[in-house]
Each structure stands twice: as structure tokens, then as C-alpha cells.
Design a protein around this ligand. Structure first.
Ligand code: PMP
Length: 355
């Protein structure tokens, strides 16, 4: 058995893969593959409705918010957010907590005026800036709730009166959030929601048309909302597999249950990193992510050897991103505690060998 610690696309529950593969052959007894049915068919309309319903239910989405399933990844949202929310004479506020946050701000700068309220680039993004001021006249404030590369996470929504826009690509559906605290949430599906190819957007309807710009329709949130995510052909299979994965999450007991599991998984791994003299965590302790655990070896020369042992023990995808080095264990919803234990055991085995 492989333990997949990949950062995304990443592990999904085995039963989801099994159900998805069955639907590729025969979707719901229709005698047709999910890959060949019309996106306008009644069968697929039911899939979109159920997927939206599951998102609403699992995340407790209040009325007044639209749920969209778009393409183009989170990166397309970097552009769509300012196109839809940033007026020509306005400015947007961004918190810079890493590569993805920087890219989001950069894209917004192509559209209009951007103010970076704070950055943790001075320490290679190993912490979340806390003391900063969000201008009250900003059209919106944007931040990344989980920094997939650096292993830091923002657990509390920063206090501000301006609309709050969050990139939750790598921690959506991993913990409870109060949707009413946010104005726009977006997330590439390929971590905790489903396979790559679909992007979830949860947007307060009040934001439609806020920028006053005339955008191409394909980049207009309202156009997608009005069409029920069927403005054009949606990513049928990605939405379908997301639905299966959301069903799995619901059957498990929903966000409360997965959040507790995620807390225990993260704590188990961080405890070993802190205990084992060969390893050291890279993120500030109070900002440690529950989804992406970044760590290095005290002696960097041993890293290749540990990586080789990890491979022998079927631990996949733990090599760190090049901008941090060392290791990154992505421990998304579908990764079980037994995979965490396999990694911890391997770290202990390495310690025994070396001491
Ligand atoms: N934001 C975050 C937090 C991410 O982790 C990623 C990708 N890993 C992106 C944005 C970019 O997503 P995409 O590749 O879907 O455009």
C-alpha cells in the first residue's frame, strides 16, 4: 500500500476511485459512461444539484451566497477576483504569505491598484504576519488561508469591515468555518474536494457587478451563477468525482468529524518532528498548517538518505517544495492516521539507525 503525501492533486478515498471508475463504464445504470453523457442531461443536472447541495450542507452556507463550479483553477480566480470586485478607481488589499498569495496579488496588479498590507517574505514565509492595517477604503481584502508550500495556515479571519476574499484551495472542507464571515471563497478542487479540473467558488450575491467593469462573460461571476454553473460545458467528470468525495465526507460525519481527525493527524506528526532530534519543523509553531507539514533535517546532508528510506517504506510525495527544501507531508482529509503512523515509524527507524 502506498501512503500518498502529495500536495495536490492528491489522495482521495479509495471508494471514491472505485465508484468513479465504475461510472466511467456505466453511469448509474444508464448504459452510458459519465464521460459521454450530455452536460445538459437530466442525469448530470442531478449531479450538479447534489454537489451544490452537499457543499451547502457540509459548509453550512447561508442563503444569499452562490456556489459555482468553474474551470481555470485557483489561478483563474487570481484574475477573476479583481476583474469582478476591483473598480477602476479603487484599490485592493492583499496579504502576502507565499508563492500563491504573491501570484494572486501580481495578477490583481494587472487589473488595478493593489496594496500589500504585510508580507512574511523576510523569513521565507515561515510565519503569518499578524500586525497590519487593512485600509478601510479597500474594495476587498485578499488572503490565502493555507500556504500549501510553506506549511502555514491562517485559522482566524482577520478583522476588517471590507469584503474578505480567501483562497482556500488547500484547506477548504478540512475544518469548520463560518461562511457568513467571508464574501468570496475560492478553491481549486484538487486537494480536499475532488480531482483537478474544477474550482469551487462561494460568493456573496451582493458582490455581483461590484467592479463596474465590463468583463468578458466567461469571467463574470454573475453569468456563471445565473446559468447554474452551466454557462458553458462544465468539467463533468471532475464535478462528478467531487460529488462522490463530498458524499464520502458526509457519510463520515461531515466537517466536525474530519476536523477532529485532522487535528489528531497533524498533532501526531508535529509531535514526532519536535521530539525526533534529526528533524525540525520550518513553520512558526502558532501558524503550523494542519494540511501541509513542512520540515527539514538538522543535518541537511542526511535528507537524501531519509528520502530513500521513505520511498522504501512506500511513503510517496514527501519531498519538500524547492523553495523550502527538506520535506512536506500533505495530510489532506483522505489521508488516514495509519499513513501518519507509517511516516512517524519511518522517522523513528531513521533515528535508531543513525544514533
Ligand atoms: N492557491 C493555493 C493555495 C494552491 O495551493 C494552489 C496550487 N497548489 C493554487 C492556488 C493554484 O491552483 P491551480 O493550479 O488550481 O491554479
Amino acid at each position: 500500500m502506498k501512503h500518498n503525501f502529495g500536495a495536490g492533486p492528491c489522495i482521495l478515498p479509495k471508494e471514491v476511485f472505485e465508484q468513479a471508475s465504475q461510472a466511467v463504464i456505466d453511469f448509474n445504470g444508464t448504459g452510458l459512461s459519465i464521460l459521454e453523457i450530455s452536460h445538459r442531461s437530466k442525469e448530470f443536472e442531478e449531479v450538479v444539484v447534489e454537489t451544490e447541495q452537499l457543499v451547502r450542507e457540509l459548509l453550512n452556507v447561508p442563503s444569499g451566497y452562490s456556489i459555482l463550479f468553474l474551470q481555470g483553477g485557483a489561478s483563474q480566480q487570481f484574475a477573476m477576483v479583481p476583474m469582478n470586485l476591483l473598480p477602476a478607481d479603487g484599490k485592493a488589499a492583499y496579504l502576502d504569505t507565499g508563492v500563491w498569495a504573491t501570484k494572486a496579488a501580481k495578477e490583481a496588479k494587472r487589473v488595478g491598484q493593489v496594496e500589500i498590507v504585510a508580507s512574511s517574505s523576510d523569513q521565507n514565509y515561515n510565519y503569518i504576519p499578524k500586525l497590519y492595517t487593512i485600509p478601510t477604503d479597500a474594495a476587498y481584502f485578499h488572503y490565502t488561508s493555507n500556504n500549501t508550500i510553506y506549511g502555514t495556515e491562517v485559522f482566524d479571519r482577520p478583522a476588517t469591515q471590507v469584503p474578505v476574499v480567501v483562497d482556500m484551495s488547500s484547506d477548504i472542507l478540512s475544518r469548520n468555518i463560518n461562511i457568513a464571515d467571508y464574501d468570496l471563497i475560492y478553491a481549486g478542487a484538487q486537494k480536499n474536494m475532488g480531482p483537478a479540473g474544477v474550482t469551487l467558488v462561494i460568493i456573496k450575491d451582493e458582490l455581483f457587478g461590484k467592479s463596474g467593469r465590463t468583463n468578458p462573460m466567461i469571467f463574470d461571476y454573475e453569468a456563471h451563477a445565473k446559468a447554474g454553473s452551466m454557462y458553458n460545458t462544465p468539467p463533468v467528470f471532475s464535478i462528478y468525482v467531487s460529488m462522490l468525495n463530498l458524499r464520502w465526507l458526509k457519510a463520515k460525519g461531515g466537517i466536525d468529524v474530519i476536523e477532529q481527525e485532522n487535528i489528531i493527524k497533524a498533532r501526531t506528526l508535529y509531535d514526532e518532528i519536535d521530539r525526533n532530534p534529526f528533524f525540525r519543523g520550518t513553520a512558526a509553531v502558532e501558524d503550523r498548517s494542519r494540511m501541509n507539514v513542512t520540515f527539514v533535517m538538522e543535518n541537511a546532508e542526511l535528507e537524501a538518505e531519509f528520502l530513500a528510506l521513505a520511498k522504501e517504506r512506500n511513503l510517496i510525495g514527501i519531498k519538500g517544495h524547492r523553495s523550502v527544501g527538506g520535506f512536506r507531508a500533505s495530510i489532506y482529509n483522505a489521508l488516514t492516521i495509519s499513513s501518519i503512523n507509517a511516516l512517524v515509524d519511518t522517522m523513528r527507524e531513521f533515528e535508531e539507525r543513525k544514533k
